[in-house]
Design a protein around this ligand. Structure first.
Ligand code: G3I
Length: 358
């Protein structure tokens, strides 16, 4: 993307400095320095960054005896250069793993635990003191609160979560450690996560934060459901983070609410209504929705970070999921790197809140 013109708008991180960290996920091009326009937005508006893909197991540990730290080193270097709070995403997940990880390990807990331990000690240890927080375990539950039957769970049982957090703490005692998931606004899923984190805390196992990813729609979840989520997660004593915020204005079948990347649907014109641009009424709904959720976030001291899942609309994974090939518009900057009405609505809402509270 070409360098966007100097962005004269107020800086989000300044407006939010008394509330929480604000940032975005960076893609491979941005980390490699090939997207100066997006990096200019990061430098002006954000104080935290998360890697979208380059620290996932298949990228950083593609073979049993090979680690690839080129892109992660660039990412951590970018964070250090800009004095940003660098987040590591993600250590233990059921997606984007190399084939070898579970080969020969299903039914062999000790082998799989040793692979997990080596991965976490090597990756977290390399960035000790530089990556300040880690998504240690990602998406361990189904929406109904049952354990997701991943190879991690079927081979190791519930204990895989505790061991992952213990390995991460051994590798970097000073890093914040997070459990990260989507749809925690669904009561059964949220209750399962609260039970898990409470039980880990009772065993003296540190879980410093819980991430609700925030892959939301224009009207779902409701503000009441989001607030109930923040309040319930905060009761565990962990920090609450909105770790992958985007608001999808496009039509979505109910069964695909959330972020289960294993599901896809075929592209049809009806599912891609804004390929030529976003109509005024949708811009207004997006602006109101973003202003409402950010106003809710600043209301709760427990919220310690909000990370957008991408910098501009052109970067969003929602151009490829759940309908590959759509033109989506879920973020605060448009495809040309210009702030959208939703960005200005957030600034106005937060400025209004600040002056009301002054
Ligand atoms: O790296 C390959 C490339 O070599 C190949 O040419 C290309 C085309 O097939 O695919 C590339 O891999 C893609 C990868 O992103 C890196 O760009 C995968 O196909 C694609 O499925 C993958 O999508 C990522 C998705 O996780 C799937 O796991 C998205 O970028 C990423 O935004 C998304 O992020 C997840 C969080 O990590 C966890 N929470 C849910 C969130 C949304 O799914």
């Amino acid at each position: 993307m070409k360098e966007s013109r100097a962005d004269a708008s107020a800086a989000l991180r300044d407006i939010l400095k008394d509330h929480f960290l604000v940032g975005a996920a960076l893609n491979d091009n941005q980390i490699a320095g090939k997207d100066p326009g997006a990096v200019a937005i990061v430098r002006r508006h954000f104080n935290t960054i998360t890697p979208e893909n380059i620290l996932k197991w298949e990228e950083v540990h593609p073979k049993p005896d090979r680690f690839d730290f080129c892109a992660p080193d660039q990412f951590v270097g970018l964070g250090a250069w800009q004095g940003l709070f660098v987040v590591g995403h993600t250590l233990v997940w059921h997606n984007q793993n190399p084939r070898w990880l579970f080969e020969g390990a299903r039914g062999d807990p000790e082998l799989l635990f040793s692979r997990m331990r080596e991965h976490i000690h090597t990756v977290v240890g390399r960035y000790r003191g530089r990556v300040r927080g880690w998504d240690v375990v990602n998406e361990a539950f189904e929406d109904d609160g049952t354990w997701r039957k991943t190879p991690w769970y079927t081979t190791l049982g519930e204990e895989f979560v505790a061991r992952a957090f213990e390995f991460a703490r051994e590798a970097d005692p000073d890093a914040e450690l997070y459990y990260n998931d989507y749809n925690l606004w669904k009561p059964a899923k949220r209750a399962a996560v609260v039970r898990l984190v409470t039980s880990l805390h009772a065993r003296g196992i540190r879980v410093d934060g819980i991430g609700e990813q925030g892959h939301w729609l224009l009207e779902e979840p409701t503000l009441h459901q989001i607030e109930a989520t923040i309040v319930d997660l905060a009761k565990t004593g962990a920090k609450v983070m909105i770790t992958e915020l985007d608001i999808d204005p496009l039509p979505r079948p109910e069964e695909l609410v959330g972020a289960d990347v294993g599901k896809h649907i075929e592209l049809t014109p009806e599912l891609d209504p804004h390929a030529e641009g976003v109509p005024e009424d949708v811009q207004r709904k997006m602006a109101q929705r973003y202003a409402d959720v950010f106003s809710l976030f600043v209301k709760h001291r427990a919220v310690s970070r909000v990370t957008l899942w991408g910098v501009t609309d052109a970067d969003s994974w929602l151009n490829h999921w759940p309908v590959p090939g759509r033109t989506n518009h879920p973020l605060l900057w448009d495809r040309l790197g210009q702030p959208k009405p939703a960005f200005h609505a957030v600034v106005e809402a937060l400025t209004r809140t600040a002056s009301a509270g002054a």
